[in-house]
Design a protein around this ligand. Structure first.
Ligand code: GLU
Length: 548
């Protein structure tokens, strides 16, 4: 077989050469040991936590080593693509603070190793496809869908491995005339890799996460180009990662079964094999067993979920770092205020089996992160969130920033800051009562006589003075308790609750319910200071009107 003639027949319009592409995309000038890596997601419209795990791993490896991180859009599978998905992808990754040095951006491509969208690289793939054909390493296959399914059925009936290999690779060595007549008839074809591997052979491979692997060679003649001339992921990533001078491929371990084929492909193309970092899946507990997070069952897999719930990016980032490197938490304890980029990230510390995603832990981390922020920062982030997900609340926050910040400053700073908020969605239930429209009607405990509650509220009103300090203020609350026959001696009460009609804590609750509509609120004295005299009094009066 004259392979060069076959290559010219299949790719008559390809005139560019691998050599000219090598020159166009020269090795990068980076320091020794610098990691060049990429995120290469497919624009399916769904950006998930796994993307972020992979993104942060890549980002740390690249930037920590003085290397480069780029974004490549793997859009070869048009069927899976939804309109606007590339924008969703770019915006979501940006929201999570993954900084790309080059690649696809909202305004087109940036960088010298593009195009960074695979569909725009068709001509490049064809150069290498032609090269493989000319060297006898790839060939056209004209099998129809029906022929392939008949083959599969036969293999299943014979209890053989399914696939296009060995004797089943029927187009592997067909004469030129057969190819020519199929082409003349206008029949569609795919380009297949001519595998020289055997499943009898095994070899060792070192993955940066999985460690030493024993791999069985691939013997299947996989598809390189589909019938529309668009490459499969396998072929495209080999060409792209070579020409973009990728040193490390960080990806999900669902690609591990394809690795034997990828290794062959790099060899056949004469490319240096990058290092591989195969990340295990994210799992969750389902009853007593672990399972992979699933797009269908688990809303928390989608990154949009964290945005709409209102997890600050810092919290998600911080949590993922604790998942990825087990020593991160200790480091954080020792360096509470250091930027997380100071931490020495290592792919070797990733758990090869994947990680258990613990929502409760994320929530805790988030509470801590928010507790560390000052009121200005909380205000800015909360407002951003509210504008998108609770516009009515957003309008209120924005109408009086000074007021909102005074509220958000409650319990902030100091040694033991309050941890009321885990997500921005918690903010309205927590502080909504400061806005009259969100104030709920108090529901007093019917264990207490309404008249007694009213008496307590009236007495408090009589003595209330906004100028009091918190000590004096509380003495007055205690006085009210005593006046209505409640005890202020909590110890005595605990010893024998039946001996008292109520306590000063109950009186506080009456006042709190009247002023905030809730039994739980931030420090009541401070709440009144922020509401001011008139609004406090007015709220207590309207509560009194409900008690009549
Ligand atoms: N497009 C592939 C995916 O979405 C990328 C895998 C890789 O990073 O090489 O899974």
């Amino acid at each position: 077989m004259d392979y060069q003639a076959l290559a010219d027949l299949l790719f008559p319009n390809v005139t560019d050469t691998p050599e000219s592409l090598e020159e166009k995309y020269p090795p990068r000038q980076v320091p020794e040991g610098a990691v060049i890596t990429r995120m290469a997601p497919s624009p399916t419209g769904f950006v998930h936590l796994g993307n972020l795990v992979q993104g942060l791993t890549s980002e740390r490896m690249a930037h920590q080593s003085g290397g480069v991180l780029f974004l490549r859009v793997e859009d070869t599978d048009a069927k899976r693509e939804v309109p606007g998905a590339v924008e969703v992808l770019i915006n979501t990754l940006k929201h999570y603070g993954i900084h790309f040095d080059e690649g696809a951006t909202m305004g087109g491509d940036s960088g010298n190793y593009g195009p960074y969208r695979q569909r725009e690289r068709a001509a490049i793939y064809h150069v290498y496809a032609k090269k493989l054909v000319s060297e006898g390493k790839a060939y056209p296959c004209f099998c129809t869908e029906e022929e392939l399914s008949a083959m599969r059925e036969q293999q299943e009936a014979n209890k053989e491995t399914t696939g296009y290999y060995g004797q089943y690779a029927v187009w592997r060595d067909r004469p030129m005339e057969d190819v020519r007549s199929q082409l003349d008839a206008g029949n569609p074809w795919v380009l297949r890799f001519r595998s020289t591997g055997s499943i009898e052979n095994q070899f060792k491979f070192d993955d940066l996460v999985k460690g030493k692997l024993t791999i069985t060679e691939n013997n299947v003649d996989h598809v390189l180009l589909k019938s529309d001339g668009i490459p499969t992921y396998h072929f495209a990533h080999a060409v792209d990662d070579h020409l973009m001078r990728t040193t490390h491929v960080v990806r999900g371990d669902e690609w591990l079964p394809s690795l034997p084929f990828h290794i062959q492909l790099f060899q056949a193309l004469g490319f240096k094999l990058p290092k591989y970092v195969h990340i295990g899946p994210l799992m969750k507990m389902d009853g007593t067993s672990k399972r992979k997070l699933s797009k269908r069952k688990d809303p928390e897999l989608a990154l949009t979920y964290y945005k709409s719930e209102g997890f600050p990016v810092e919290a998600v980032y911080e949590y993922i770092m604790t998942l990825l490197n087990s020593n991160y938490e200790d480091w954080r304890r020792a360096n509470p205020n250091a930027p997380s980029t100071d931490f020495k990230f290592s792919p070797k510390k990733l758990n090869p089996a994947g990680n258990l995603f613990d929502y409760a832990k994320l929530t805790d981390v988030s509470k801590n992160e928010i507790a560390k922020m000052d009121a200005d920062k909380v205000y800015t982030l909360l407002l951003d969130w509210a504008k998108e997900f609770d516009p009515d609340f957003g309008v209120k926050l924005e109408a009086d920033p000074v007021y909102a910040k005074r509220i958000l400053a409650i319990g902030r700073g100091g040694k033991k800051p309050r941890k009321d908020l885990a997500v921005w969605k918690d903010a309205k239930p927590y502080m909504g009562f400061f806005y009259d429209e969100y104030l709920e009607k108090p529901e007093f405990d019917d264990r207490f006589d309404k008249k007694l509650i009213a008496a307590a509220l009236n007495r408090f009103l009589d003595s209330f003075d906004l100028a009091d300090d918190s000590g004096v203020w509380f003495e007055k609350v205690k006085a009210v308790a005593t006046e209505i026959g409640f005890t202020t001696d909590m110890k005595a009460y605990k010893a024998d609750p039946s001996a008292f009609p109520g306590t000063v804590a109950d009186v506080s609750t009456f006042i709190r319910l009247a002023v905030t509509g809730k039994t739980n609120s931030p420090d009541l004295y401070t709440v009144m200071q922020i509401l001011g005299y008139d609004r406090t009094v007015q709220r207590i009066r309207s509560a009194l009107s409900l008690l009549r």
